[in-house]
Design a protein around this ligand. Structure first.
Ligand code: NAP
Length: 279
């Protein structure tokens, strides 16, 4: 298949690597010529450039730009594509993107690979990023079945586990397990950096080990992506953050009251619940 990728960064470049390794011909479009040259040199794409008209003959396009540019790039792109071309995107929010694209292109299905690293840009692209990771597709009632099947076929080649849901259910679910953790983890780092005693701060930085590495990882990632998650999934994220604040207040209350039994019970219930998300 001839596949276009718009936005050659962590996700676009990684998709290019894996789809190319399955024999697809990959054409990339990115903003900077230097990124296009790097993507070719790294082997993410067969050819790349900064002009959308490079993609006039592709069968499928993955739009992999930052979230806020997905709908504007789509609007630009469709002038160059035959109506038979299938378009998908990889944005971390779905309702606003699907609303902005589905009414204008019949052969569209929204997608979101649940994989990433703390790095960004083409240099961060890596092989096998999507293996064994969930990949969500958000077809609507009017998405043609063959379109879903083509994207499912490509996603299967990435080694991902496919899930289907509505764009709205996606946004609520990722608010709990992805967007809330970014805000919590960022707040953890900010709170630790608030230590006023420079010696204690330095000691804490030296002592930080695997626990801090795990809990701070997503708060130390791409700032633009974190901001866009909040901006484009605002309602669901606010609801999650308010629930989180409620639970922090409850923990403070237990500790202030020295209610160690209640605290231990709370921690026992979280110990039991964690595998429901991670296994
Ligand atoms: P990224 O590494 O910053 O890559 C985005 C790329 O888009 C940049 O390398 C940039 O390339 C290109 N770009 C920027 N403006 C452009 C424009 N006007 N036209 C064409 N290309 C442009 O970000 P990412 O992490 O791959 O995220 C990309 C998308 O994947 C986002 O929508 C995000 O929600 C989604 N996503 C991210 C993750 C994650 O964990 N990172 C996971 C799943 C989905 P230049 O170098 O050419 O400027």
């Amino acid at each position: 298949m001839k596949i276009g990728i718009v936005g050659l960064g962590l996700i676009g470049g990684s998709l290019g690597f894996d789809l190319r390794s399955h024999g697809h011909y990959i054409l990339g479009v990115s903003r900077r010529p230097s990124t296009c040259e790097k993507a070719i040199a790294m082997g993410c794409v067969d050819a790349a450039g900064v002009e959308m008209n490079l993609l006039t003959t592709v069968d499928v396009v993955f739009i992999c730009t930052p979230i806020g540019l997905i709908v504007p790039k789509f609007a630009e792109l469709i002038h160059y594509l035959p109506t038979s071309c299938i378009i998908t995107d990889v944005g971390s929010v779905k309702a606003s993107i699907v609303q902005g694209m589905a009414p204008h292109w019949q052969n569209f299905v929204g997608g979101h690979p649940m994989a990433g690293t703390a790095d960004s840009g083409i240099e961060a692209a890596q092989r096998d990023l999507f293996v064994d990771r969930p990949y969500v597709l958000t077809p609507t009632a009017i998405t043609p079945k063959p379109v879903i099947e083509v994207i499912e076929g490509l996603v299967s080649q990435l080694g991902s586990k496919i899930y289907h849901c509505s764009p709205e259910a996606h946004d609520s679910a990722v608010s709990w397990i992805s967007h809330l953790p970014v805000m919590v983890s960022a707040s953890l780092i900010t709170t630790c950096m608030g230590e006023r005693n420079p010696q204690v701060l330095e000691l804490a930085q030296n002592l930080a080990s695997s626990g801090f590495r795990d809990t701070s990882r997503v708060g130390g990632g791409n700032p633009e992506l974190g901001m866009m998650m909040a901006r484009y999934n605002r309602q669901a994220l606010l609801a999650s953050l308010q629930q989180y604040r409620h639970h922090i207040d409850a923990a403070i209350d237990m500790i202030e009251r020295e209610d160690w039994q209640a605290l231990e019970e709370k921690l026992a219930s979280t110990q039991q619940a964690r595998p429901l998300f991670t296994e």
